[in-house]
Design a protein around this ligand. Structure first.
Ligand SMILES: Cc1cc2nc3c(=O)[nH]c(=O)nc-3n(C[C@H](O)[C@H](O)[C@H](O)COP(=O)(O)OP(=O)(O)OC[C@H]3O[C@@H](n4cnc5c(N)ncnc54)[C@H](O)[C@@H]3O)c2cc1C
Length: 485
């Protein structure tokens, strides 16, 4: 290695760490920066939550089912990795989504006319929702990072703008499905920043919808902000494998699996990274892409303030119960995305996705694959059940809803003790305080789903940003060194 090579350590080989490493290599090339990247991953395989299990024709996702095809950073990454021809859009069936309301599965209406006819909510609740048009926008929106007292929960936002029934029937299950979280415990500004933007920029949600629909009419190519759920033919593992291959093929990068980092230390202007059987450095920069609870331990000796803040970001637990059935033993047509369950239904299910309807081909011929989600921040005790009890509970909940006859012929329980970061009220202020503290620690960066978005797309977008910041930092160091010579 040449003496001027900048060494960068990336801690964590989940999507955030892997995408950062590839971003660093690409941006170093563009900037003519001599750089070497080492990715430290605790497990024996990279990917973190992104793992696809293949078993006798069944294809199961360990974590995410896919990503929305609306994030340019992810589409750029897919293109960069040459994965375009492996992209797999979800089927048309996903337009039909269901909620459990009063013990019955009801389809979520997608047009105002269908909504008016739907029995999902009483007339008074529909009337209250229509009143949203006349509720003025809050004047203190967008200030949660500097003034945490203005940080509203997702539930309070829903009640304020659209009424309690809407918040409990429609918003609560959506939060459970995305975060495995509780609408009453999550910050709207941190978890759903787009909602805050819409209210701030348009004065309300219906006003925003009208304005955006008008804009879209003027721009026929715009597919809308949310996009379509997409995966790869080999599942999300395709993305991990392509990232890992790119890193391993590079003579300027190394992916070290089975390398659990224990501490990061600072020596003069550089960093060292150590674990049970390694102590490596000096690194000019360290990107901490492991979850906040792990980063809190790594950084305890560097900054107590940062470490304490990181440890304050909780994670929801979640269990996935994957069930495979013969098509003939399921009465329901499963023509849809699946069902989510509002907390007031007093069910142990967060929801159930009809995986083989979303991505046909994930189950063997004439079989269907279901993916039930249990636990979440509101029901952590469910994780204490053994696998057999968890499957029995899931079957007892789904049997009458989907008309299940007989037993599944494939069962798999996947446990995530720390599944998804929970952005509680005060999250944005916490991030701001950490940013201020990190100004005195040049060369140290935090990225990943613990901070600015839990979705795969958010991790990839942040990875692009953080890799650019690291390269900028290295360029500044080079120019300072050159001017001193
Ligand atoms: C069940 C479930 C379903 C989901 N569904 C979706 C979905 O459909 N769409 C979507 O967009 N998102 C979804 N998500 C969210 C998304 O999967 C995650 O937010 C994303 O994968 C997080 O990536 P990450 O790299 O930040 O963290 P992780 O995937 O957690 O990766 C962190 C990595 O750091 C490693 N690590 C930890 N400690 C150390 C250490 N001490 N030293 C070295 N390495 C360490 C871990 O082993 C891991 O590989 C889902 C998440 C879960 C759990």
């Amino acid at each position: 290695m040449r003496p001027n090579t900048c060494q960068v350590a990336v801690i964590g080989g989940g999507i955030a760490g892997l995408a950062t490493a590839v971003g660093l290599l690409d941006k170093a090339d563009q900037a003519g920066c001599d750089l070497r990247v080492t990715v430290f991953e605790a497990d024996d395989t990279p990917g973190g939550n992104l793992r696809t299990l293949q078993h006798e024709g069944w294809q199961l996702e360990w974590g995410p089912n896919g990503f929305m095809d609306s994030e340019p950073a992810t589409l750029r990454l897919v293109d960069r990795l040459g994965l375009g021809d492996r992209l797999l859009p979800s089927s048309d069936a996903t337009r039909h989504r269901f909620l459990l309301v009063g013990g019955r599965m009801m389809e979520i209406p997608t047009s105002p006319k269908a909504f008016l006819k739907s029995k999902m909510m009483p007339a008074s609740a529909k009337l209250r929702m229509a009143g949203e048009l006349f509720i003025p926008g809050r004047s203190d929106l967008g200030k949660a990072a500097v003034d945490p007292s203005t940080d509203e929960t997702v539930h309070d936002f829903g009640v304020r703008r659209l009424g309690r029934e809407f918040a409990e029937i429609m918003l609560d299950p959506m939060v459970k499905g995305v975060f495995g979280g509780e609408a009453k415990e999550l910050s709207l500004a941190a978890a759903f920043p787009r909602m805050v933007e819409l209210e701030r920029d348009h004065g309300g949600l219906f006003r925003a919808m009208i304005a955006l629909a008008r804009q879209r009419r003027g721009n026929k190519t715009d597919a809308g902000p949310s996009g379509n759920l997409t995966s790869f033919t080999g599942g999300m593992a395709d993305l991990v494998e392509a990232l890992a291959r790119t890193i391993e093929k590079s003579d300027r990068a190394e992916l070290r699996c089975n390398s659990p980092v224990e501490t990061i230390t600072r020596e003069m202007d550089s960093w060292r990274v150590s674990g049970p059987d390694f102590n490596l450095g000096p690194f000019t920069a360290v990107v901490e892409a492991a979850p906040a609870h792990a980063a809190a331990r790594h950084l305890a000796g560097i900054s107590e303030k940062i470490s304490t803040s990181l440890a304050r970001i909780p994670f929801s637990p979640m269990a996935i119960v994957a069930l495979g059935f013969d098509r003939s033993t399921v009465k329901h047509d499963l023509d849809g995305f699946g069902m989510l369950v509002p907390g007031r239904e007093k069910s142990d299910l967060l929801g159930c996705l009809w995986t083989s309807s979303i991505f046909p081909g994930r189950a063997p011929e004439s079989k269907v694959l279901l993916r039930a989600m249990l636990g979440g921040a509101g029901n952590p005790c469910i994780m204490d059940l053994d696998d057999e009890s968890m499957v029995a509970l899931t079957l007892s909940e789904l049997r009458h809803l989907l008309g299940l006859k007989g037993l599944p012929n494939m069962v798999r329980v996947i446990r995530h003790q720390k599944a998804i970061a929970q952005y509680r009220p005060g999250h944005l202020a916490l991030l701001r305080e950490m940013d201020l503290e990190m100004e005195r620690l040049p060369g140290l960066y935090l990225t990943g789903s613990s901070y600015c978005g839990i979705a795969v797309n958010a991790c990839v977008k942040e990875a692009e940003k953080v890799s650019a910041r690291v390269i900028e930092h290295l360029a500044e160091l080079r120019s300072t060194t050159a001017s001193e010579v």
